[in-house]
Design a protein around this ligand. Structure first.
Ligand SMILES: *[C@@H]1O[C@H](CO)[C@@H](O)[C@H](O)[C@H]1NC(C)=O
Ligand SMILES: *[C@@H]1O[C@H](CO)[C@@H](O)[C@H](O)[C@H]1NC(C)=O
Ligand SMILES: *[C@@H]1O[C@H](CO)[C@@H](O)[C@H](O)[C@H]1NC(C)=O
Ligand SMILES: *[C@@H]1O[C@H](CO)[C@@H](O)[C@H](O)[C@H]1NC(C)=O
Length: 574
């Protein structure tokens, strides 16, 4: 007999109250396609268009804080080398070879975060700024030195091998964002890499970071995607079959790009003063609730990261997201999703879903993420070791012991919400686990099963009327479906709630559209021919993942995946 709890642990869902969704759609008036019309946009972010920068010459970043806080690599030049006693190396981007084309831009990021009129992205100037050919005022481009545990083992020095931090931008809200180019050429940390990124992986990063944000999952953001004609050779499936592709650069943003590996390398190489410096910086800048005079501040920091990482992974699970490369160097200290590589959204429910087709052991399969999170947090505690007392080290261990509870509690809460349940009742965990087990047996689509359950009325449930609800048709073929359905109906009856409200709540957290690999793949193959229309369409649709949209329906994004999707193998080199 399967245990509901194991299934739940494997599956995990997410703890988010989709606050931004509610904000975005106050009166249910976000149905149309005109949500990004200037007026809707203005009211949503309360931005007066005339205040947006029209001229990139006005755009200024600052590197002062980072340069003043830390020593810089004493060696210059973009050649691979072991680097010591610093957090950053100065490193200039290598401009992409033209002709350059704008493949995508995010209006939400350009205007809502960077205060720049999105129309500016159409200029030649922008192409150069966003691909490493020209630097914004104030920029001293930096590559970050970090290390990490990859696939379970300490991998030594890694670092930004093809990303350049341009500096920090403080926007009109007073929020500070760190801008990075990815795919912008070699750095001292490139090892044997060429420092480039191809169109394929860049389209995926651009679309997915923006899509995750709209799903309410903490993530880095993407402002733009520039493609070039610069040839880049890649072994797409690591099978010796080398192909020439084209280089691309994503302009991406995060409040901070520091990772668990940022601390690990300092600890591993005995640079303890620097470790303390970096920790103090991260805490002062990003953990405002921690008192810098608190003798336990590193412990409080650790406990915050443990809590938020548990929440993040639970959120991934609740939307069926598998990151694919959960190494400690790809895990943010701010517990946001970073480094989009061979990620995937699970389609047919399967706790063993592995998005990286070369990850034969399934180390980073979807159901393994919660455990991998704990592994990474254990490495974080080790990295903190040199600045903790013995007493504190043992407290860190007990904090980590609490991780599983936080995760389970969050996942349960998220999945209860996905089913429209109010409050918490004794059998809720069983109800969820039972459903997931049936989904696994019938290979029901993860996203659409929950979405279609969100749209059926109590009467339809009663009559088992699932006409045209393909995911529910699959699910209802299970021999125990009637048993589960009776339980679910009873549970819904026991809560004082209107059927309409339940459906509304569920539709606000169960997305109708996620970035399925086949959707991305189709947009990529067009983008490789300089047709960016499908990238734009996906970007727009995935900005409103909870709202039924005509273009999306026509494109089949909520329909049964096409047959060719099943044979699709996502290439993982990037
Ligand atoms: C929008 O911003 C203006 C000026 O910054 C402010 O006066 C106004 O109250 C804001 N409106 C809303 C709805 O927040
Ligand atoms: C844990 O993290 C979540 C998500 O960020 C937050 O809502 C919650 O308040 C945190 N709990 C504690 C005890 O810090
Ligand atoms: C994860 O980090 C490693 C080390 O920097 C890097 O080689 C790899 O590309 C990263 N993964 C992704 C998806 O960016
Ligand atoms: C996919 O998994 C293989 C095997 O573990 C690994 O060598 C490769 O680096 C992974 N791909 C990415 C992009 O992380």
């Amino acid at each position: 007999m399967w245990s509901p709890w194991t299934v739940l642990v494997l599956v995990a869902a997410s703890s988010f109250t989709p606050v931004h969704v509610l904000e975005f759609c106050p009166d249910n008036d976000c149905h149309g396609h005109d949500d990004t019309s200037p007026n809707a946009f203005k009211s949503r972010w309360n931005i007066s268009v005339s205040n947006l920068m029209q001229d990139l010459g006005q755009f200024r970043v600052s590197c002062k804080k980072l340069l003043e806080a830390f020593p810089i690599d004493v060696v210059d030049g973009n050649f691979a080398r072991p680097v010591k006693n610093c957090i950053f190396s100065k490193s200039s981007p290598t401009p992409l070879k033209g002709p350059l084309r704008l493949a995508a831009a995010s209006k939400a990021v350009m205007e809502g975060i960077l205060d720049v009129d999105v129309a500016v992205t159409q200029s030649d100037d922008f192409l150069h700024y966003a691909s490493g050919g020209r630097l914004p005022a104030g920029s001293v481009p930096l590559a970050h030195r970090y290390g990490g545990h990859q696939f379970g083992y300490w991998a030594g020095q890694l670092g930004d091998g093809r990303a350049h931090s341009l500096g920090q931008y403080t926007n009109r809200e007073g929020d500070v964002w760190e801008l990075q180019l990815k795919g912008s050429g070699r750095t001292p940390y490139s090892r044997s890499g060429d420092g480039r990124a191809v169109i394929r992986s860049s389209v995926r990063e651009f679309l997915c970071s923006e899509a995750m944000h709209s799903l309410g999952v903490p993530t880095s953001r993407a402002a733009s995607l520039i493609v070039s004609d610069e040839p880049v050779t890649r072994d797409r499936f690591y099978n010796g079959n080398v192909k020439t592709e084209r280089g691309a650069v994503v302009l991406r943003l995060a409040k901070s790009w520091f990772r668990i590996g940022s601390l690990e390398i300092l600890s591993q190489s005995g640079e303890i003063d620097l470790l303390r410096k970096l920790l103090t910086f991260v805490i002062d800048e990003h953990f405002s609730s921690i008192d810098s005079d608190d003798p336990d501040k590193y412990l409080v920091f650790y406990s915050t990261v443990v809590n938020e990482t548990a929440h993040l992974i639970a959120q991934w699970m609740s939307v069926g997201f598998a990151h694919g490369v959960c190494n400690t160097d790809n895990f943010s200290l701010l517990s946001i999703t970073i480094d989009y590589g061979p990620f995937g959204f699970m389609e047919a429910y399967n706790p063993d879903f592995v998005p990286n087709t070369s990850d034969d052991e399934g180390r980073y399969g979807i159901g393994a993420q919660a455990d991998v999170g704990r592994f990474n947090l254990e490495k974080l505690a080790l990295a903190l070791g040199p600045v903790l007392s013995q007493q504190q080290e043992s407290e860190a261990k007990s904090i980590l012991k609490g991780y599983a509870d936080i995760y389970l509690k969050t996942i349960n809460q998220l999945f209860r919400a996905k089913l429209g349940l109010l409050g918490e009742q004794e059998d809720d965990g069983y109800l969820v686990a039972f459903l997931l087990k049936m989904m696994e047996d019938t290979r029901s689509d993860f996203t659409m099963t929950f979405r279609q359950l969100s749209g059926v009325s109590a009467r339809q449930l009663h009559n088992r009327d699932f006409t045209q609800l393909w995911a529910l048709e699959d699910l209802s073929s299970h021999k125990l479906f009637s048993d589960w359905l009776s339980m679910y109906q009873l549970r819904l009856l026991r809560q004082h709630d209107s059927d309409v409200h339940r459906q509304q709540r569920m539709k606000n957290i169960n997305p109708r559209y996620v970035l399925r690999n086949w959707m991305a793949e189709s947009a990529i193959s067009k983008a490789e021919k300089n047709d960016f229309s499908e990238v734009a369409m996906l970007h727009h649709i995935l900005s409103f993942p909870f709202v039924t949209q005509e273009t999306a329906e026509e494109a089949g994004y909520a329909a049964r995946p096409p047959l060719w999707a099943k044979r699709l193998k996502v290439s993982c080199s990037s």
